[in-house]
Ligand binder design. Structure first.
Ligand code: ADP
Length: 627
């Protein structure tokens, strides 16, 4: 009877679980019941679709038994059961697909957060047990197996006996300690209230033998106790109940139990409709993005029920990508139980529901933005990026749907604002919606390109996410106002008159500017006199479709051909350095070359673009110092 080791990651999580100061130990019961219910669902679904199992809906149940003397709590189901391999794979490893890559940064987080991230699941049993025994027999097989573990030391698997298919989980409840009460989990009333609190909606009866007392027959004051097998749950799915019958706490508990979150949702969307599409939907907007949300591992989707029977765990077709963060379920009587994945994609009914849900989610987000700004900002911190991807995707097809849900940091308000708010504050003579890109707000604050705009009191939107500028380019306009990067070569600030004036000045210095451009050896498309600089001597702008930020983002992607933005070096003609350049052009062209190179490198540094040859830059500075 060799003891097998848990996979390393499982062992760690288990350790956390056992030693955690986790205050919500009681949720272990809801986890076990939910697993039991899932196992029955699987078998019931098979019954409905294969038709030849001979099982009826009424045959299914979950049973809880308490034994105070032996300190055991047993949860039994007659669901699909597990084979030996399944016991090994499902209970020997918790972290599937590497979801347990919590590294140092997470290590400092609280236990509860780490545990919460994975959905506590079966392992939560160890929070209250010194030993856990699982006896399982898969449907359609004779063999049963016993899996047993006392925690991190490992587990054993041996042949066992079991009447009929299903799973029995026996918890040997820990003894009480000075600080912790475990005895309560052997009390009928605790179990009864835990089932009510967390598992009331489970659609199969959760039964327990409970002690009751009654008056003895023929006697006035003598009582006797007897045992009654009671169903503890109401079995009505919460989404089928009336909204006003459900408390906020019930919604929250349901969400946390069902979707394995440890935080309450930010918003609950409960709706039912009749007519062209008849369905109940219960949707939740989580407070925080799951750890793998922005990776390929994340799968979007809603649970899909046909008349109360779950037919799909994650139906992706019900949610557009930009709302992929929404969790929840849809129950519709219009869908056939036998519907396959392929058929679903073409199902008209499903399309109708998707369209409705999309509108509903959007309007809920809008109302949150309008009425609960702080909450919305919290939402946006977690999922704003996904909305921006949504704009960028499909070349802006969903722009109208999403643009009013976006928030960007504002230079003048010093907080995040909507595009509508920006436009409402635009100055009378202001043509464009200005934005500036960079890696952080602090960094963008320093960009010299913003000087002239700020001088005129124009608001600038700061864009710090990689996707921002791509999204803005795809949108092109908001409310008929074009977006304009502060790094664009023409910010549209001057009058025709001023432009002529500027052109004249450029003409005057054309030879020198061309000389500087040539000396930069193809690095810049042009050297020009800047209209946007006030106090700073130099900055970079770009011509054409690709900005420096976009260049950075695109070149950071793997397997992408390197591209480069068409750079324009802008010089401030009102800066003393400019006088110096003019003098050098007359007297000392070699030094002018050196200065051109230095100015260019400075401009790159200001932009946060890495410089090609830092050593050469350093040498140039040294040569100046020793002059
Ligand atoms: P999760 O439920 O999130 O998958 P758990 O750790 O709770 O994670 O359970 C792991 C797996 O073990 C389940 O996905 C299921 O396949 C299997 N399992 C757990 N409990 C049962 C049960 N009572 N009957 C059948 N299979 C079960």
């Amino acid at each position: 009877m060799a003891v097998k080791q848990f996979k390393a990651e499982s062992k760690r999580l288990l350790d956390l679980m056992i030693h955690s100061i986790y205050t919500h130990r009681e949720i272990f019961l809801r986890e076990l019941i939910s697993n039991a219910s899932d196992a029955i669902d699987k078998l019931y679904y098979k019954t409905l679709t294969d038709g030849d199992t001979g099982l009826n809906r009424d045959d299914f149940f979950i049973a809880i038994a308490l034994d105070k003397e032996n300190r055991t709590l047993t949860v039994t189901d007659n669901g699909c059961g597990m084979t030996k391999d399944e016991l090994e794979n499902n209970l020997g490893t918790i972290a599937k697909s590497g979801s347990l890559n919590f590294k140092n940064e997470n290590e400092q987080k609280e236990d509860i957060e780490i545990i919460g991230q994975f959905g506590v699941g079966f392992y939560s049993a160890f929070m209250v047990s010194e030993r856990v025994t699982v006896i399982s027999r898969p449907y359609g097989q004779e063999e049963a197996w016993r899996w047993e573990s006392e925690g991190t030391e490992g587990y054993t698997i041996d042949p066992a006996q079991r009447d009929g298919h299903g799973t029995t989980i026996i918890l040997n409840i820990k003894p009480d300690t000075q600080d912790d009460n475990y005895d309560e989990f052997l009390e009928e009333h605790t179990i009864r209230s835990l089932v009510k609190k967390y598992s009331d909606y489970i659609r199969y009866p959760i039964r327990m033998d409970v002690q009751k007392s009654r008056r003895k027959e023929g006697s006035k004051d003598e009582y006797e106790t007897y045992t009654e097998n009671e169903t503890l749950n109401s079995m009505v799915p919460i989404w089928r109940k009336n909204k006003n019958e459900i408390t906020e706490e019930e919604y929250n508990e349901f969400y946390k139990a069902k979707f394995m979150d440890y935080e309450n949702p930010l918003r609950v969307i409960h709706s039912s409709t009749e007519g062209t599409a008849t369905y109940n939907a219960l949707l939740f907007i989580p407070a925080r993005a799951p750890f793998n949300f922005y990776t390929r591992d994340y799968q979007k989707g809603l649970q899909l029920y046909s008349n109360g029977v779950m037919i799909m765990e994650k139906c992706a077709d019900l949610l557009p990508d930009y709302f992929s963060f929404v969790r929840g379920l849809v129950d519709s009587q219009d869908l056939s139980l036998n519907i396959s994945r392929e058929m679903l994609q073409h199902d008209r009914q499903l399309k109708l529901i998707e369209g409705r849900l999309e509108k509903k989610i959007k309007s809920e987000l809008e109302s949150m933005l309008a009425n609960e700004r702080e909450k919305y900002e919290e939402f946006f911190k977690s999922f704003g990026l996904q909305l921006k991807y949504g704009i960028y995707q499909d070349y802006g097809m969903h722009k109208d749907l999403l643009q009013d849900l976006l928030l960007f940091y504002s230079s003048s308000e010093k907080k995040i604002v909507t595009l509508k708010e920006y436009v409402s504050r635009m100055k009378e003579d202001q043509k464009y919606i200005y934005y500036a890109c960079g890696e952080s707000v602090a960094r963008i604050e320093q960009l010299p390109q913003t000087e002239a705009l700020r001088d005129r009191g124009y608001e600038i939107l700061f864009m710090t996410d990689d996707v921002d500028e791509f999204a803005v380019r795809v949108m092109m306009k908001y409310d008929d106002k074009e977006f304009k990067s502060v790094s664009a070569d023409d910010l549209g600030l001057e009058t025709e008159e001023e432009k002529k004036e500027a052109a004249k000045k450029v003409e005057e210095h054309k030879d020198m500017l061309d000389f500087m451009k040539d000396s930069l050896d193809g690095k810049v498309k042009q050297v020009v006199l800047s209209q946007k600089l006030k106090t700073h001597p130099v900055c970079l702008s770009t011509e054409g479709a690709i900005s420096l930020e976009m260049e950075k983002v695109l070149n950071a992607m793997p397997n992408q051909e390197k591209i480069s933005a068409q750079r324009v070096l802008e010089i401030n003609a009102n800066h003393p350095v400019f006088q110096k350049l003019c003098e050098l052009y007359e007297k000392d062209k070699d030094t002018l070359k050196l200065y051109a190179s230095l100015l260019y490198t400075q401009a790159l540094l200001i932009e946060g673009v890495s410089i090609e040859d830092p050593l050469a830059f350093s040498n140039q500075i040294c040569s100046l110092m020793t002059r």
